[in-house]
Design a protein around this ligand. Structure first.
Ligand SMILES: Cc1cc2nc3c(=O)[nH]c(=O)nc-3n(C[C@H](O)[C@H](O)[C@H](O)COP(=O)(O)OP(=O)(O)OC[C@H]3O[C@@H](n4cnc5c(N)ncnc54)[C@H](O)[C@@H]3O)c2cc1C
Length: 389
């Protein structure tokens, strides 16, 4: 708008930023403080593209922009960046207030994009105050589509836009869950009287990938930051082998030898559970899990048990339903777009960005930063294309 454009924002929901608000429930991890080379590695195959986006609008730029909205941010002990309030509402409110004060901005809620043509003609379906549905046709100079991924449909990100965009003839990849939980066939004994519990300060590995963090065990399986970080590798193994094996290190700060030495301390009359609690602090759900994943004889053999504590094998049978996932991979392939994120071979100017494109990143602020950097890039390209200064 500062560049002279009039901006009309259309969303199918009754309010904007619903998924952003949901992200705020977990503290709103806006971005990460690590240096850009390490940061861009998190985007896997698309790391070079994101490296250039991050140079254009970096995590530092994002933090400065938050400051302009009156939102102070801080770097947590893990290097992740959060707003001081650990919520999204204040940031979204102040962002919307700034937009609404601008006479060149208009907001159109409950407008669902139902079709779009290559010539830029768009059709929306609008439910008005009297709950009547009517069709609205629109033709504008430039279109930016950011329709989200396919999880948490109650926030509006339902992935149904794939049908509305059919006439744009783009190549799409099917959506799949990313940063998601997994189902595990626990024994009935394990599930009994148990809903969810955390195991903190663990490391989790799958193939060459290893992460430090926490997991949440649930009566259906496993969730949590460390699992989400491995979801790309886990999904790959599930689709090729029908299941995936991950390995949990319950004591990442101790070597195998240290653990053996501690387990070999005299047990006296203590039961193994008391002994594990006293010498290694393994108790509660960690103890329950260790018992679940070892046979009786393995559990009584100190040498074998020490190995299990360092490398406990857990089999994941399937990903949780896509609607529960924090993000989705799949969507519009980058090959449909040029470097400006402008749709190729199209008679009108249609840009695409955000989670609706086929990229993935772990949790840690990489998703939101990726979306913000894409938005900055698209707006810059649009301004350049129209030579408005
Ligand atoms: C529980 C949870 C926690 C998260 N926490 C974090 C976090 O801490 N850090 C982080 O980096 N990321 C986090 N994310 C991910 C992050 O929120 C998303 O990656 C990000 O919001 C994607 O932005 P987007 O603009 O591409 O899509 P969205 O935010 O999904 O927005 C898409 C919009 O398009 C609208 N829309 C869709 N179809 C139509 C249509 N046909 N017509 C009109 N409007 C339509 C929707 O209503 C929606 O408002 C979290 C996600 C979840 C679910």
């Amino acid at each position: 708008m500062q560049a002279g454009f009039s901006v009309a924002l259309y969303d199918q929901m009754s309010g904007v930023g619903k998924k952003f608000l949901v992200a705020g429930n977990g503290g709103l991890n806006l971005t990460h403080s690590e240096e850009l080379d390490t940061f861009s590695e998190k985007y896997g195959n698309n790391k070079d593209f994101f490296r250039s986006l991050l140079t254009e609008f970096s995590p530092t730029d994002l933090r400065k922009w938050c400051q302009l909205l009156g939102v102070e941010t801080f770097v947590g002990s893990s290097g992740r960046v959060f707003p001081k309030e650990l919520k999204a509402a204040q940031m979204l409110r102040s962002w919307l207030n700034i937009l609404k004060e601008n006479k060149n901005f208009s907001l159109h809620l409950k407008h669902k994009l139902v079709s779009i043509e290559k010539n830029g003609n768009m059709t929306f379906s609008h439910i008005n105050k009297d709950q009547e549905e009517r069709e609205i046709n629109l033709q504008v100079d430039n279109i930016i589509l950011c329709l989200g991924g396919a999880s948490w449909s109650k926030t509006g990100s339902d992935g149904l836009w794939t049908k509305s965009l059919a006439n744009l003839d783009m190549t799409l990849t099917d959506f799949s869950s990313m940063n998601c939980g997994y189902n595990i066939s626990w024994s009935d004994g394990f599930k009994e009287g148990f809903e969810t519990d955390y195991i903190k300060n663990i490391s989790l590995s799958q193939g060459k990938n290893k992460v430090h963090g926490e997991v949440m065990l649930t009566n259906y399986g496993i969730e949590g930051g460390a699992v989400y970080a491995l979801s790309a590798a886990i999904n790959k193994q599930i689709s090729s082998r029908g299941e995936s094996k991950i390995f949990l290190d319950l004591k990442p700060d101790l070597s195998l030898e240290n653990i053996k030495a501690k387990l070999k301390k005299p047990r006296n009359k203590n039961s193994m559970s008391n002994h594990l609690r006293k010498v290694l602090g393994i108790k509660g759900v960690s103890y329950k899990l260790l018992k679940e994943q070892t046979s009786k004889s393995e559990f009584e053999n100190v040498e074998v048990l020490a190995g299990k504590i360092k490398k406990l094998s857990i089999t994941l049978s399937s990903a949780r339903p896509i609607d529960e996932a924090i993000s989705t991979s799949g969507g519009v392939k980058f090959s449909n777009l040029d470097q400006d994120l402008l749709l190729k071979d199209c008679e009108s100017s249609i840009y695409l960005m955000g989670e609706m494109l086929d990229w993935e990143a772990p949790t840690g602020g990489y998703l939101l930063q990726g979306c913000f950097s894409m938005a900055f890039h698209v707006v810059n390209c649009l301004i350049r294309a129209h030579s408005i200064s």
